[in-house]
Design a protein around this ligand. Structure first.
Ligand SMILES: [Zn+2]
Length: 270
């Protein structure tokens, strides 16, 4: 599943191809994505100029002046720049053309989204309740600490609550807790300010490392071999149950929290 770093790398990869370009056509080959793709998108967008490409959590926002095209990659989606004339594959559900190139959404499982919103995109129902961006300076140990007051839920679940911090998925929650040496089951309200600051720094560092690793794949946006290009990072704990901890050598453990798998080192994380 594309996580926040993949979405940010996608934004960086698309931006030089799309910014200030005029939309010359939209093709919707399959409307039944996670939500129905608007029927009249070609009429709405043709002739409009893309002003900017922003990201909020895992949503990409194409500012088209009179409204915003909201894109989400869902479980299996990817966006690539292809020649407009290139024949689509069976999972290529959506093209947005700017002259002789197009940005193409490939989404085998169809959990992605292509939506149109007029007005302030931050007020769209999918975005309105999102919390602070984890890569922004507004995300601090102090804001984690404030949010954890009186909360008895495990810190991992708090970290994955998008109303608090937007877009920290399961992989990066696991990895950040390892780096901060905090057990994923720790009750949120029991974390002192110092540990919250360590955790916020760990989240930022984990995401920054993934972005740095993904930066090397930027050139891949101009090709069409169909690989989604999700990062294969060297994880400390994620998906490593039973394997030795890279720091202390003890076997990594797996538990289930809120229907999601958590991985931790019983030696390093208390
Ligand atoms: Zn360890």
């Amino acid at each position: 599943m594309p996580e926040l770093p993949e979405v940010e790398i996608t934004r960086l990869g698309l931006e030089p191809h799309l910014r200030r370009r005029k939309i010359t056509g939209v093709i919707v080959r399959h409307r039944a994505l996670r939500w129905p793709v608007p029927r009249n998108l070609d009429a709405i967008l043709r002739g409009e100029r893309i002003r900017a490409i922003a990201r909020r959590a895992k949503y990409l926002l194409l500012d088209c002046g009179k409204g915003t095209l909201i894109l989400h990659l869902g479980m299996s989606g990817s966006l690539r720049i292809v020649p407009s004339t290139e024949a689509p594959g069976p999972y290529d559900h959506f093209d947005l053309s700017v002259g002789d190139i197009a940005v193409r959404l490939r989404d085998p499982r169809r959990f992605g989204a292509v939506l149109w919103h007029v007005g302030d995109p931050s007020r769209h129902p999918l975005l309105a309740h999102l919390g602070v961006e984890p890569l922004s300076s507004a995300f601090t140990g102090r804001c984690l600490y404030a949010a954890a007051r009186g909360r008895r839920i495990p810190i991992k679940q708090l970290l994955m609550d998008h109303r608090l911090v937007a877009g920290v998925g399961n992989i990066y929650a696991n990895e950040s807790l390892f780096r901060a040496r905090i057990h994923p089951r720790t009750a949120a309200h029991r974390l002192a300010l110092g540990r919250c600051e360590r955790l916020a720094a760990a989240v930022r560092a984990t995401l920054a490392d993934a972005l740095a690793a993904g930066g090397s794949s930027l050139r891949d946006f101009v090709r069409s071999d169909g690989s989604p290009g999700y990062f294969q990072s060297q994880y400390f704990v994620y998906d490593r149950a039973g394997l030795p901890c890279r720091v202390c050598g003890r076997p990594i453990r797996r538990i289930v929290q809120g229907a999601r798998a958590s991985f931790y080192c019983p030696g390093c994380q208390r």
